[in-house]
Design a protein around this ligand. Structure first.
Ligand SMILES: [Zn+2]
Ligand SMILES: [Zn+2]
Length: 473
């Protein structure tokens, strides 16, 4: 038995904050105590194996990144973070659980896809991990296989209204999958963009010689996200399926989600740090081919249209419920470069898994969200949304000891030669200077990051079997 005491820190939860010491025994939190408490009859600082001083710092539940794609095949190449490098980078940034996406495509078996993801992840992760299931080929076989997902600990699946010929589902397929999900209580996660229309717009732009990364954002017009979000909501409405819209970037999509929620529907929305800070003008429109670094879908939106402000407002008012990264990194050399002559060939995705907590903490610094809401967005809501709450997402007796000591007075310089542990040849966040610093990261009772060094190990991370979403009515 190993015991640790986190002392002197301010424990933050979605409902408040208090000066509380946290006692950890092996992998679990076993007591929350008043600082200096002698209620157990002795001075704990003398009797525990390790004392972690958190004076002046926040003690928060470890971050949960509910949307990552480690070593995901896409566009003839593969996302360049492996489960090993990606989970290590996540740990550096205070994330102690990721939910990655297993993949099934046309002609493939769902359970084979899931087994393949287990194979990729097992023994390689520095932190705990769970899976959603991508169903990229909805057929009778896939619909039947969905019934097996809950017992596998996979209670959510993703469909695509974009990427015809790759992962795309038409409305009839979406309807059938949603009918199953309504019966089972599985959460339908939707990539909501009108793919067939986007492909036409993209081809027309390319034919007109508009081939730079900027036009990726032009082709994937906001109306196409708004329309698909609305259609997904209506299909969910008709079937009774709970719906979770991933990576919302357009303010018009926020309005659709908000309207559905105000009608009492089980509709939820996720956004990502890139949509809160980066833009069509500044990043996608960077000189030359530079913008390729920020080609992702949904795309970065126009800063002139004030999407940033509306997304932050949505996060504050709970029109949007959580912030994941959609971490899907590609190197510039050899990967992003595939689309040098045609933006349609640029692999979609960027790398953020390491920086989510810090980037969101800027919302606290800038007065956009409270520190309590920050914790809710990065840890507690993802745990509740995806059926892990109690074990994850909370500092409470009986929970896994996934804990971050966060220094609100610290500073983090992000960049390739500064803070950067993702397996990419550039940083999507180069030059960002942010207040706050991840000091200590504990994953199931083991300190994995301390004193600006990684002391965890490959294979420490375990697969988390998830229950059903705790937000469904
Ligand atoms: Zn997507
Ligand atoms: Zn994604």
């Amino acid at each position: 038995m190993t015991t640790k005491l986190i002392t002197g820190g301010t424990v933050v939860s979605p409902t408040g904050q208090s000066l509380t010491d946290v006692l950890i025994e092996d992998e679990k939190i076993v007591a929350l105590l008043e600082p200096g408490s002698t209620i157990v009859g002795n001075d704990l600082k003398q009797s525990v194996h390790q004392v972690l001083d958190a004076t002046g710092k926040y003690v928060i539940p470890g971050g949960i990144d509910a949307h990552t794609h480690m070593q995901m095949p896409f566009g003839g190449t593969e996302a360049c973070d492996t489960f090993e490098t990606g989970t290590q980078a996540a740990a550096w940034g205070g994330t102690t659980t990721i939910i990655d996406f297993a993949i099934q495509r046309y002609g493939e078996k769902v359970m084979d896809g899931l087994a393949q993801w287990h194979e990729k992840a097992a023994g390689n992760c520095a932190i705990d991990y769970a899976f959603h299931q991508i169903i990229g080929g909805v057929d009778d076989d896939a619909l039947a296989a969905m019934w097996q997902l809950p017992e596998e600990g996979v209670t959510s699946f993703k469909l695509f209204m974009a990427y015809p010929g790759v992962f795309y589902s038409d409305d009839a397929q979406i309807l059938k999958a949603m009918q199953v999900s309504a019966e089972l209580g599985l959460l339908t996660m939707m990539h909501a963009e009108n793919g067939p229309v986007i492909d036409v717009l993209a081809a027309q732009l390319a034919d007109a010689g508009k081939t730079t990364p900027y036009y990726h954002g032009v082709a994937r017009a906001g109306q196409m996200e708004e329309e698909a979000t609305h259609r997904a909501i209506m299909l969910a409405d008709g079937t009774g399926a709970p719906l979770y819209i991933v990576h919302v970037s357009a303010k018009q999509a926020v309005a659709q989600i908000s309207a559905a929620r105000s009608r009492g529907r089980n509709v939820f929305g996720e956004t990502c740090p890139q949509y809160l800070y980066l833009s069509l003008e500044d990043q996608l429109g960077a000189p030359g081919f530079e913008g390729a670094k920020w080609v992702c879908s949904t795309p970065l939106r126009s800063k002139a249209e004030q999407h940033h402000r509306e997304l932050w407002r949505g996060l504050r008012t709970n029109e949007l419920q959580l912030v994941s990264t959609d971490h899907c990194p590609f190197c510039f050399k050899g990967q992003k470069e595939l689309g040098r002559d045609d933006f349609r060939l640029i692999p979609n995705g960027m790398g953020t898994v390491e920086h989510r907590l810090d980037l969101l903490y800027q919302g606290v610094v800038e007065g956009r969200i409270s520190v309590e809401r920050w914790v809710e967005l990065i840890a507690t809501t993802p745990a509740r949304m995806f059926g892990m709450y109690g074990k994850k997402g909370v500092i409470a007796v009986g929970a896994d000891a996934d804990v971050v000591i966060y220094d609100p007075n610290g500073h983090t310089s992000i960049g390739l030669t500064k803070t950067h542990h993702m397996n990419m040849d550039h940083s999507s966040w180069e030059g960002f200077e942010v207040d706050g610093h991840v000091d200590t990261v504990i994953s199931r009772g083991t300190v994995v990051v301390e004193n600006d060094s990684f002391i965890g190990s490959k294979g420490h991370g375990q697969f988390v079997k998830r229950g059903f979403s705790q937000y469904l009515t």
